[in-house]
Design a protein around this ligand. Structure first.
Ligand SMILES: O=C(O)[C@H](O)[C@@H](O)[C@H](O)[C@H](O)COP(=O)(O)O
Length: 251
């Protein structure tokens, strides 16, 4: 059974900066151990703030960018140049500023790409990249919503009940834009280390319910458990309803 750990930072800025520092250390350690590494990115304000902090980190090039595989946990099914695209935001925040191997950046299709508006085909194509089996991703970053969604898996949605497929199309998503592509919980649980990164009081209920053992159908983020480690990286706001005292690093 993987370990679940919680670290609480003073504020959202420190959360993003400290998570970026953790990424450098962990990715360097993984690359030292096995020559390459894989990371799954998340959309959302916290996820992108982490990438910006990593771009500006003086230690960032300790990572061998040419031997890093980049995936996404979910994507908004919008045109490639839409500002709502997780990939576009990630490229502006970090990916276009470091020497990645373009063949190792695995983006989910946009709605004006080779599959056009066929989001099911786009989801199936991403699932095909994750074959013969979903990689045991080294690090998966995941944000979460106030009602407990993670990636684009929302409470009591068709996606949360998916047990077979690794990637699904999501329609009528409560968080705009409405059409998305998302890894499913079985695919998410293939990750070795899952880092749940979120700040702000609005997430406190979902965080406390997930850590108190809520079911994944009502609180999907509760089902995001890494095979080796599940690390909750919070700030005082998102941790404000936790009953157990967790270590708060000094600012
Ligand atoms: O594409 C997305 O919107 C994200 O993948 C989504 O799961 C996000 O991570 C959470 O909604 C948290 O977003 P915030 O960090 O902006 O609250």
């Amino acid at each position: 059974m993987s370990k679940t750990e919680v670290v609480v930072y003073e504020n959202p800025d420190l959360l993003a900066a400290a998570t970026a520092a953790r990424l450098v250390t962990r990715l360097v350690d993984v690359q030292a151990a096995k020559g390459s590494a894989s990371v799954v990115l998340t959309g959302g304000g916290t996820g992108i703030a982490i990438l910006r902090e990593l771009r500006d980190s003086s230690a960032r090039d300790a990572i061998d960018w040419s031997r890093l595989d980049v995936y996404w946990g979910d994507e908004r099914f919008v045109p490639a140049d839409s500002d709502e695209r997780n990939e576009k935001q990630a490229r502006e925040a970090l990916l276009d500023h470091v020497p990645l191997d373009p063949k190792r950046v695995h983006a989910m299709a946009p709605s004006d790409g080779e599959f056009g508006e066929d989001v099911d085909a786009a989801a199936a194509a991403y699932a095909k990249i994750l074959t013969p089996e979903v990689p045991a991703f080294d690090i998966m970053l995941l944000g979460l919503g106030g009602e407990g969604h993670t990636a684009s898996i929302f409470p009591e949605s068709p996606a949360v009940f998916e047990k077979e497929r690794s990637v699904v199309a999501v329609r009528d998503c409560p968080k705009p834009p409405p059409t998305r592509i998302s890894l499913t919980l079985p695919a998410i649980r293939r990750a070795q280390d899952i880092w749940l990164v979120t700040g702000g009081e609005a997430k406190a209920d979902a965080v406390s319910q997930a850590l108190a053992g809520a079911g994944e159908v009502q609180i999907p983020v509760a089902g995001a458990r890494g095979s080796r480690r599940t690390l909750w990286l919070l700030d005082r706001g998102s941790a404000s309803k936790l009953t157990k005292v967790y270590q708060t690093p000094t600012a």
